[in-house]
Write a protein that binds this ligand. Structure first.
Ligand code: ADP
Length: 454
């Protein structure tokens, strides 16, 4: 087992990883930018190293500084967390070349899945269904017109290097294709330095269903069921739940086993998530994330498994030690992402937290690194807390979520708390009747109502 792990991240996820390490008897090294000198992940870690100024490119993305911090503190392994260096093949290679263990998949798996064109081709070879569209990268606008003619409109142009919903544009019809094509490529170039795009049929009413996977270094791979992450804004998840209210036991078993079989066939190791769109009883693979997900929490709540602990354990090379049959599912769990953003305009709201009260009680978990007096820096992601609630069933979970949202106080900055209270009170949400387009339609309808009153 590792004696010391360097956590190359910040905020709630750095704290989450720190907690798993402590329970495993592993000491932790935090790294931080000058903007995060007072951050909770730094305060709680056994050691900390400042790795640069506030901009992420100079600190949390500064590979030499991170490796140096690992060397001077004598860390055995580096956990990349979520975002930042977590899906950077070169980083994973360099970590290993410098004699540390990278707590994550092999650099080769990061490469294959990081390019969505290669990822789709790889899983298709293993028999996974994918969204109809181009068979690889689309090289020209002429080719795009031909593919769209075959699949039918609307179509989606997507960045091969995509992530975070960037570089993705819909063309409703032939007239809109040229614009979508150039906008997607422009955005992809700006965000990822790579303007390669591919195409998919734009599904009208799908749900986002993803499967949590874990593989070891010995070819064993299991799944921990699905998460429904259909409540999204601008292709970004806002609320997640497990299990999905849309799947029956047969579908659940089918897609879970198929995903685990595919990951096993490519000898995937570590935690990973295969994402699917689900429409009219059919699943379509869209991508695989080769890291921990923000919403891993809800899976932990219904399985009782500490996924970060398992991730660290398999990184040492030990076999899983259990099989699919040993994984049990109990109850229901929902996560609300609490961003420091205006709940109507979604404009980020950094600043000082003047008062703070977190909810508690049975079935309530708050993963957060904020505290009263903490100053949210403007430089990073606006996620400041994850409210994770679980119950015996979905109904109990929703009632508990309503209660906890009412107790949660985060003063001094705007947050999405009021939006979450509104979402979970909607009949569609209560009935589990929503697709990936539901939240945007709901927000547009609310705006229209407000404007009509003016
Ligand atoms: P990213 O890596 O940028 O998050 P994904 O491929 O995972 O991109 O897609 C993000 C979200 O975009 C999905 O959860 C879904 O809401 C939407 N999306 C992706 N592909 C399609 C599609 N073919 N049709 C409709 N919506 C899609």
């Amino acid at each position: 087992m590792f004696e010391k792990v360097l956590i190359a991240n910040r905020g709630e996820i750095a704290l989450r990883i720190h907690r798993a390490c402590k329970e495993m008897g592993i000491s932790t090294v935090a790294v931080h930018s000058t903007a995060d000198a007072d951050a909770m992940h730094v305060r709680l870690a056994d050691e900390s190293v400042c790795i640069g100024p506030p901009p992420a490119k100079d600190s949390y993305l500064n590979i030499p500084a991170i490796l140096e911090a690992a060397a001077i503190t004598g860390a055995d392994a580096i956990h990349p967390g979520i975002g930042f260096m977590s899906e950077n093949q070169r980083f994973a290679e360099l970590v290993q070349e410098h004699g540390f263990t990278f707590i994550g998949p092999s650099p080769e798996h990061i490469r294959i899945m990081g390019d969505k064109v290669t990822a789709k081709a790889t899983v298709m070879e293993q028999g996974l269904p994918t969204v109809p569209g181009s068979t690889g990268a689309v090289k020209s606008l002429d080719e795009a017109y031909q593919i769209a003619k075959k699949t039918g409109y609307p179509v989606l142009i997507k960045a091969a290097a995509g992530g975070g919903g960037k570089g993705m544009k819909v063309a409703q019809n032939e007239d809109g294709l040229e614009e979508a094509w150039s906008l997607a490529r422009g955005e992809a170039k700006a965000a990822f330095g790579n303007d390669e795009v591919y195409m998919e049929k734009y599904l009208g009413n799908p749900r986002h269903i993803e499967i949590q996977l874990l593989g070891d270094h010995h070819g064993n791979c299991v799944h921990f069921g699905e998460r429904d992450c259909s409540i999204q804004r601008r292709h970004q998840k806002v609320v997640e739940e497990a299990p999905s209210p849309a799947l029956n036991a047969k579908e659940r078993e089918f897609i879970g086993n198929l995903a685990a079989k595919t990951a096993g066939a490519i000898a995937y190791r570590g935690v990973g998530t295969m994402e699917f769109l689900y429409e009219d009883g059919e699943f379509y693979f869209i991508e695989m994330n080769t890291r921990l997900q923000v919403e891993h929490t809800i899976t932990e709540m219904i399985t009782g498994v500490d996924l970060v602990r398992e991730q660290i354990r398999v990184a040492t090379g030990v076999p899983l030690g259990y099989t699919q049959e040993d994984i049990e599912f109990n109850g229901h769990s929902i996560q609300c992402r609490i961003n420091a953003e205006n709940p109507d305009t979604f404009i980020p709201s950094p600043g000082k937290i003047t008062n703070y009260h977190a909810p508690g009680g049975l079935g309530v978990r708050v993963d957060s690194a904020i505290y009263e007096g903490y100053k949210i820096p403007p430089n990073y992601d606006s996620l400041i807390a994850k409210l994770v609630v679980s119950g015996k069933n979905r109904n109990e979970c929703i009632l508990r979520l309503k209660r906890t949202l009412g107790e949660f106080v985060i003063g001094g900055v705007d947050t999405l708390l009021p939006l979450h209270s509104r979402i979970i009170a909607q009949p569609d949400f209560i009935n589990g009747d929503y697709s990936i387009h539901w939240l945007e339609k709901y927000l547009a309808a609310e705006d229209a109502k407000k404007n009509a009153k003016k």
